[in-house]
Structure formats: C-alpha cells, structure tokens
Design a protein around this ligand. Structure first.
Ligand SMILES: Nc1nc2c(ncn2[C@@H]2O[C@H](COP(=O)(O)OP(=O)(O)OP(=O)(O)O)[C@@H](O)[C@H]2O)c(=O)[nH]1
Ligand SMILES: [Mg+2]
Length: 248
C-alpha cells in the first residue's frame, strides 16, 4: 500500500465543498473508494513529517459545552483549554496520524459546533464520516438526556456502517458529577454502541477513544479473510482506565 501526505495542520470550514479535498486540489493522486476511505497513491512527507497509509474521517458531536473541542485539543496537542468557554462556530478539523499495528492511520477529526443553530451545517458533513465520537458531560444531565436524539439524528444522516462510540466526558469532575458511569454504560448497551468515560482535563482515556476507533476502522478496511473481527468494546474494556487512576 502506498503512502501520502497528511493535510497540513489545522483547518476550518463552513461549507462541505471546502471539506478536506486539498490533496486533490494540490494535483496529487488520491484513490478514494466508494465509502470515502482514502488510500493515497504515492508516498509523500507532510509538514509535520508524517506519512500515512490510510485515512478516515471522524466527527465529534454532542451538546454545546460537553468538551468536544477540549477533547480534540487534548488528543492533538496534549493540552487542556482551561479558562473561559469559547463555543465552536460552524465546523473545524485537525489531523493526527496514529500507528495502528504497523499501519499509519490518518484521522481527520472534525470538531462540530454543538449549538442548535449550527446543526444544518453539521448535517452536511455526516454522510462522509467513518466514525463519530458522541459526547455527553457527566456533570450535565440534559446533555445525557439528549443522547437519544443525537443518535436518531446520526442514524438519519450518516452512512449505515458508521462507527459510533459514546463518551461520558469530564469524568474528572467528581464533586459535580450527576450522571453515574453505570447510567452511561446502560444507555450505550441499550443502543448497542461502545462506551467509556473520558476527561479532556486529566487526559483520562482520550488517546484510547481515538485509538480504539482507528483500530476498528483499520481492521474493517484491511482485515485478512480469516482474521477474526476486531472487538471494539472488548478492546476498550481491556485498555480503559477508571476515574482516580492514572493519565491515559
Ligand atoms: N472539568 C472538565 N472541564 C472540561 C472538560 N472538557 C471540557 N471542559 C470545559 O467545558 C467547557 C466546554 O468545553 P468545549 O470543549 O469548548 O465544549 P464543546 O463541546 O466544544 O462546545 P461547543 O463548541 O459549543 O459545541 C470549557 O470551559 C472547558 O474548559 C473536562 O474533561 N473536564
Ligand atoms: Mg467546541
């Protein structure tokens, strides 16, 4: 399999037409399959010095304030955006290349605005997504109660085989916690999606959330005929850290 340049750093867009087609715009040959998975045609080096073998689009969704932007910044830069809350306007993306079992997987991660008024912008991006991380805030009951509505919306606008993972974020907020971990687990079980708690603040399980999704996507795309199916929830259960434990 050949390799290709990862898109440069941070991007932002308010229209799907300016979604990450920059590889094509730069005149480089990119093989895009019908499901939108990108297998680049020849090697190249990104500005950050990273090659990749295969690329996927991942979206962060959930109510405003649940911590989507912070989760992405923690994953990409290893930092926490403390201080005043700046709500995302429209949609924005960042890239990160992960080494999954020797394969360089580029995740193009779309950070959406949780506010209702941007919902139609977000809908336009759903159909290209290979995976969604759906977040609620363990200190905000409304954000948890809205998960069912989010899932309905996701199923309406995404590809049928999209990977969905439910994340209960802000797990570091022990005193402010309203939603118990067991409630998150039950909801996820009811809807048949994998689940874990995360904290963009402490870093708890942040790397794992993205790695698990990347593993699932990579396995789906590159599975050998007699290789067993990757068990996402089993992998998460094995690797997951609990609150009060160590950093991810
Ligand atoms: N304690 C704690 N606070 C967090 C965590 N993640 C985010 N926050 C705080 O929650 C607020 C909202 O975080 P954002 O990441 O901006 O929320 P968002 O989901 O991107 O919101 P929108 O862009 O409006 O959709 C900020 O004040 C963050 O500092 C976390 O894991 N723990
Ligand atoms: Mg945001």
């Amino acid at each position: 399999m050949s390799r290709k340049k990862a898109l440069k750093g941070k991007g932002s867009s308010n229209t799907p037409s300016s979604s990450p087609s920059s590889d094509k715009e730069k005149g480089k040959k990119v093989l895009t399959q019908s499901n939108g998975v990108v297998h680049p045609s020849r090697p190249s080096l990104s500005n950050s010095g990273e090659f990749y073998d295969i690329a996927f689009k991942v979206m962060l969704v959930g109510d405003s304030g649940v911590g989507k932007t912070c989760l992405l910044v923690r994953f990409k830069d290893g930092a926490f955006l403390a201080g005043s809350f700046i709500s995302t306007v429209g949609i924005d993306f960042r890239n990160k290349v992960l080494n999954i079992d020797g394969v360089r997987v580029k995740l193009q991660i779309w950070d959406t605005a949780g506010q209702e008024r941007f919902r139609s912008v977000t809908h336009a991006y759903y159909r290209d997504a290979h995976a969604l991380l759906l977040l609620y805030d363990v200190t905000n009951k409304a954000s948890f109660d809205n998960i069912q509505a989010w899932l309905t919306e996701i199923h309406e606008f995404t590809q049928q085989n999209v990977v969905i993972m439910l994340l209960g974020n802000k797990a570091d907020s022990t005193h402010e916690r309203i939603v118990k971990r067991e409630e998150g687990e039950k909801l996820a079980k009811d809807f048949g999606v994998p689940f874990m708690e995360t904290s963009a603040k402490s870093g708890l399980n942040v790397e794992l959330a993205f790695t698990a999704v990347a593993k699932e996507l990579k396995h789906r795309e590159m599975k050998e005929p007699n290789e067993p199916k990757f068990q996402l929830q089993e992998y998460v259960n094995k690797e997951m850290k609990g609150v009060g434990c160590c950093r991810s």
